[in-house]
Structures are given as structure tokens and as C-alpha cells.
Design a protein. Structure first.
Length: 178
């Protein structure tokens, strides 16, 4: 499966160590539990970044392409999720499912729906939580980071002020006199 890791960390070792997520609980990890969040599409990964508390800028982000063998992935049984799984209080439920998966060491990655846009799941737009402590972590094929130049209008939605970018347009042509 082709995945993408969107992060500000430009070094692959740091981008995939999971220590950032361990510093605070996420939807699919407890505090002190390392996890690496990836998505099947870069735009979905960016949406996931935007909705995180404290995101004020999208400058400096990169996307690492990642290849992972399908045999190393386990899809979450979505029928086990309650109607509240997308809410703030539903995070405990999601963490419990992920902890069950992580302790079992049955796979390197857990395929989960996006709480931002769960309707995209049937179309292959999903998130995959990777366990950086899993013995198969070395089987990931991590590509070079792709610098992301995210449209400034998205940053404006986050309430970020910024200096205008230099114009890339060509000088205007003037009509020559006849």
C-alpha cells in the first residue's frame, strides 16, 4: 500500500520514530505510546494536521512517500466503533482498539477511518497508524521527502498572517504602437 507521512520533520528517522505522538494522546494512541500517523493521500494527511489543536502554520511541511506490504496491515473492524467514536470523548474508545492491536503485535499498521472525513473510507482514503516498535518496521520503504508548498489561502483559514510571496509572473506586455 502506498502511504504518505506529512510532517515538519525532514529527517526520516525522526519522522518515523513516533516520539511526537507519544508526548500527547491522539485518537489512536495513549500518552507515552509511540505511533506514526500516515494517510493514503497527501490532502487527507494535511486535513488531519489542520484539525490538530495548536496548528497555526503549514509552512515547512514535507510528505514522505511510504510503501508497506499489504500483508503487514490490519483493517480495523469499523462495526465495533460506536456512533460517538468521532467525538472528543470517543477518543478513549479508539485508543482502546488501537492498544488491543498494538499489544497483539499482529501487524505493523492499523488501517483506520479518518475522523475528519470517514465517508472517504470506502473509496480508499484512510489513515494507517504505524507501530514504530513493531519488529517489521524495517520493511517500510520510505522515499525522499517532498517539500509541500501549501496554498496560502489554507493558512489564512487557520488565522495565520504571512508575508506575500514574491511574484512569479512575467512582466506585462505593452502594446507596441503601430
Amino acid at each position: 500500500m502506498q502511504l504518505f507521512r506529512v510532517t515538519r520533520r525532514h529527517d526520516p528517522a525522526a519522522a518515523f520514530d513516533g516520539f511526537g505522538s507519544a508526548s500527547s494522546p491522539g485518537r489512536w494512541n495513549e500518552r507515552s505510546r509511540r505511533a506514526v500517523y500516515t494517510s493514503t493521500r497527501i490532502p487527507l494527511a494535511i486535513l488531519e494536521v489542520i484539525v490538530q489543536a495548536g496548528t497555526t502554520s503549514l509552512d515547512g511541511y514535507v510528505a514522505f512517500p511510504v510503501e508497506i506490504p499489504d500483508a503487514l496491515l490490519t483493517p480495523l473492524d469499523r462495526t465495533r466503533l460506536s456512533p460517538l467514536w468521532r467525538t472528543f470523548s470517543g477518543r478513549d474508545e479508539c485508543r482502546a482498539f488501537a492498544e488491543e492491536w498494538r499489544v497483539g503485535k499482529t501487524s505493523l499498521g492499523l488501517i483506520v477511518p479518518s475522523a475528519v472525513l470517514p465517508e472517504a473510507y470506502p473509496f480508499g482514503d484512510v489513515n494507517v497508524v504505524l507501530d514504530p516498535e513493531h519488529p517489521d518496521i524495517s520493511k517500510l520503504k520510505i522515499g525522499a521527502p517532498i517539500a509541500l508548498e501549501i496554498d496560502r489561502r489554507i493558512s489564512a483559514l487557520l488565522g495565520v498572517s504571512f508575508a506575500p510571496r514574491p511574484s512569479r509572473s512575467r512582466p506585462r506586455r505593452t502594446k507596441s504602437p503601430r
